[in-house]
Design a protein around this ligand. Structure first.
Ligand code: SF4
Ligand code: SF4
Ligand code: SF4
Length: 275
């Protein structure tokens, strides 16, 4: 059987199964792919960390990532609003008031919502009150990409998980597969909810999924993502190439203890948190 036909049958199989069982079936597909096997996942996550902490390089191949320093967000409670505003206005993310239809690329949430595996009853007061940003983790092994039947979401050559909105058929398998809930669906026409349109960036349309894309257009021309730029000199967010051992992000990873969201899932996030 040729490769194209085999791929088509694989896609058709996923589509049929999802039609039969929706989210639960997609969840099982993700689980059976090995991404959610707790023991293996933890091992994979640790292997990923080990690579970053060692001297391994991948000449010519980038893997972009981000560090989020929670202390900066404790020190400046206005920072959260600044980065959300910077992202959403730059990327034409609609401000839909009804929470049922809202679209979010980055937002502030409580520690227990972000770190289910690092949460316990006897936490310190600072952690109890902590609000921290969450965004797409640009996973090294992204389950959202595996389940997309049209390849509308894919990992680009720099390790950024991006969307081709024209290929998106709105099936929302990727939303069911993302264990972090980092994707939004345009249930309604978003245009009326964008107050200051950035003419240089596309608007999405009703019926497609969207999410953070690490400001891929900016990084391709050597600029920082809008949220990182909004932090100024605070270093609350640090962006860079995880494959470059001399990059600032790698230096910070070597010098600080960092945690990932739900590492046991084995998705290998590219977003790290200094607690
Ligand atoms: S965080 Fe979710 S949407 Fe982002 S790459 Fe990982 S699985 Fe995909
Ligand atoms: S909603 Fe779009 S991006 Fe998500 S799985 Fe379906 S086609 Fe792919
Ligand atoms: S990296 Fe860009 S798209 Fe992602 S949250 Fe930051 S500003 Fe938004």
């Amino acid at each position: 059987m040729d490769i194209k036909r085999r791929n088509f049958l694989k896609v058709a199989g996923i589509t049929t199964l999802a039609g039969l069982g929706g989210t639960a079936v997609v969840g099982r597909l993700v689980a059976s792919s090995g991404l959610a096997q707790a023991a293996g996942g933890q091992g994979a996550a640790q292997a990923g960390q080990a690579n970053l902490n060692g001297n391994q390089t991948n000449p010519g191949v980038k893997r972009y990532g981000m560090i989020i320093n929670l202390k900066s967000f404790r020190d400046d409670p206005t920072l959260g609003e600044k980065i959300v505003e910077a992202c959403h206005s730059y990327n034409n993310v609609p401000d839909v008031p009804n929470p049922k239809d809202e679209i979010k690329w980055i937002w502030m949430t409580r520690y227990e919502n972000a770190f289910h595996e690092n949460y316990h009853l006897y936490r310190d007061e600072a952690t109890e009150k902590q609000e921290l940003p969450v965004l797409c983790n640009h996973c090294d092994k992204p389950p959202c990409v595996r389940v997309c039947p049209t390849k509308a979401t894919f990992r680009n050559r720099d390790g950024v998980v991006v969307m081709d909105y024209h290929r998106c058929i709105g099936c929302r398998f990727c939303m069911a597969a993302c264990p972090y809930g980092m994707r939004s669906f345009n249930y309604i026409e978003p245009a009326p909810y964008i107050s200051n349109l950035n003419q240089n960036k596309p608007r999405r349309m009703r019926g497609v999924v969207e999410k953070c894309n690490f400001c891929v257009g900016r990084i391709e021309v050597g600029q920082l993502p809008a949220c990182v730029e909004a932090c100024g000199e605070s270093k609350a967010l640090v962006f860079g190439d995880l494959n470059d051992p001399d990059s600032e992000i790698r230096k910070l990873l070597r010098e600080n203890h960092t945690i990932l969201r739900n590492p046991s899932l084995g998705t290998l996030p590219s977003v790290f948190y200094i607690v």
